[in-house]
Write a protein that binds this ligand. Structure first.
Ligand code: SF4
Length: 125
């Protein structure tokens, strides 16, 4: 799978992660949209530093494969979605490339659980 295809899948899969201070997405209402949790912002999110600066972060998952089947999660094992997995080197390359082009100041990285939570965390670190 090409890197751009992985980026498309794994940025889209990360957009439901609500941990960002601001995704720049419009108000989240499911009325007239695709359902609960419907959102359309993906790829770059925004967060705030302690001194109040707004910074842009590349927001992706390391992988949307997952051992678990949490019913609320689009990336659950039983979900019929396209799957992809970055290598740690691919995440580093992508992040530095976007950083050098002044598109982002950092990385928001999360992941589905592969093999074990310890193994996944090792890959993330
Ligand atoms: S453990 Fe897997 S299925 Fe559960 S919330 Fe995390 S990514 Fe989704």
């Amino acid at each position: 799978m090409q890197l751009i295809e992985k980026l498309s899948i794994l940025a889209d899969a990360a957009k439901y992660d609500a941990s960002c201070a601001s995704s720049g997405a419009p108000k989240r209402s499911s009325e007239g949209k695709a359902g609960l949790g419907s959102t359309d912002g993906m790829g770059i999110c925004h967060s705030y530093t302690p001194d109040g600066r707004c910074v842009s972060l590349l927001k992706v998952l390391l992988t949307n494969f997952c051992l678990y089947d949490c019913q609320y999660c689009v990336n659950r094992r039983s979900s019929d979605v396209p799957r992809a997995r970055f290598s740690p080197e691919e995440v580093v390359t992508l992040t530095l490339d976007f950083y050098r082009r002044n598109c982002v100041s950092g990385l928001f990285l999360s992941s589905g659980i592969i093999r074990s939570s310890d193994y996944t965390m090792e890959q993330l670190v």
